[in-house]
Each structure stands twice: as structure tokens, then as C-alpha cells.
Design a protein around this ligand. Structure first.
Ligand code: FE
Ligand code: FE
Length: 199
């Protein structure tokens, strides 16, 4: 695997982020590493994906839309109205173009960190979950339980996080991505299968 200069990448990233976002980013990076240790996947990949997952988050919305147009990145109606949703797709672009990341697994983990999807890879689940549980987070319900669960069962964690995220979005009237609904249906099925097996 390619050698990454983390200090250099962090210094660069820091220039494109506000302080809170950078603190969150460091939290996601180290939480991803811890989960990679727990589940025996490549820690460097988790570290790079965690570090770069929000690399496009602080870009002005107008610039997000401009780059999508220039790079032929498809923009849905929902994304047009809420350009912050584009930061996952654009994060892939930034990781590739500005940080030289070519690893498909890393890029996919950045791509799906916001919506999730059915049949996620281990790395995708780890980044998605780390984003939700990293130590600076404090608003989500059930955080202590989800933090513990993350180190016990990734699929069950996905189920709980997607469930809570969807109900939060429904209550707040936020727009819901179809991919998130599909992801929830997928992990709910796994949850129910386990329930019936355990009687
Ligand atoms: Fe994000
Ligand atoms: Fe994030």
C-alpha cells in the first residue's frame, strides 16, 4: 500500500476546515483506527479514510456545485437544494485529486460515510460508525450504548444508527436520501434475523 504522510495531510486539511470540523476529523480518524484494530482490517486505510471523509465539508456551497458541474459529478434535486449533502461525493474527488488517494476501498468509504448503503464493506461501516460515535459528538441519542455496541457488532450498530438518524430526520423535516432508506431496510433485516435466531 502507498505510504501516506499523515502530518503533511493533516496540515493541509487544517487550512480548509474550521476548528470544530478539524477536531471532529481527528476524532473520526482515531476512532476509525480503533475499530480497524478491533475488526482486524488495514488500519492505514481506516486512518486515511477517517482523515479525509469530510475534506470537502467546509467548501462554500457555490464551489461545491461548480466542481460537480466541471467534473460531471451528478447532482440530484435534493442535493441541489442541500449542497452540503454533496460533501461525500466531493470528498472522493478531493481525496483523489488533492491527496493522491487511489485506493478504491478508501474512496468508497468516503463516498458512503454520509448515507450508508446496503451491503457495506467493513471499512465503509467503520467510517460511518466512527463519524457518529467519535468522542466530540454529544447530540445523538443513545451515544454511550452505540459507542459500546460499535466494538461488539458492526451490523447491529448500523441498524441502530440508521434507525435513529432516520427518525431524527423525519422529526426535523429534513430531506431523506433514498440510499439511507435502503441501507436501513438492509440492516433492519439483519437485525430481525438475529432476533428470531436468538428466540
Ligand atoms: Fe460528513
Ligand atoms: Fe464527519
Amino acid at each position: 500500500m502507498k505510504e501516506y504522510n499523515f502530518l503533511k495531510m493533516q496540515k493541509r486539511l487544517c487550512k480548509y476546515m474550521d476548528e470544530d470540523r478539524f477536531v471532529h476529523t481527528m476524532g473520526v480518524m482515531y476512532t476509525s483506527c480503533a475499530l480497524a484494530m478491533r475488526y482486524g482490517i488495514n488500519m492505514e486505510k481506516a486512518r486515511v479514510a477517517g482523515l479525509l471523509h469530510d475534506s470537502a465539508k467546509c467548501m462554500p456551497n457555490s464551489k461545491k456545485l461548480k466542481i460537480c458541474k466541471r467534473e460531471n459529478i451528478p447532482v440530484t434535486d435534493v442535493e441541489m437544494e442541500n449542497p452540503f449533502l454533496l460533501h461525500a461525493k466531493l470528498g472522493v474527488y478531493i481525496a483523489r485529486e488533492k491527496y493522491g488517494v487511489e485506493d478504491r476501498e478508501i474512496l468508497q468509504a468516503i463516498r458512503y460515510h454520509n448515507t450508508g448503503r446496503p451491503e457495506m464493506t467493513l471499512l465503509e461501516k467503520i467510517i460511518y460508525i466512527a463519524d457518529y460515535i467519535e468522542p466530540n459528538r454529544d447530540k445523538a441519542p443513545n451515544l454511550p450504548q452505540v459507542r459500546r455496541l460499535a466494538f461488539v457488532d458492526l451490523d447491529e450498530s448500523m441498524y441502530v444508527i440508521l434507525r435513529d438518524t432516520l427518525s431524527y430526520l423525519e422529526e426535523g423535516g429534513g430531506s431523506i436520501d433514498r440510499t439511507t432508506e435502503k441501507a436501513y431496510a438492509f440492516y433492519k433485516k439483519i437485525h430481525e434475523r438475529k432476533e428470531s435466531e436468538n428466540g
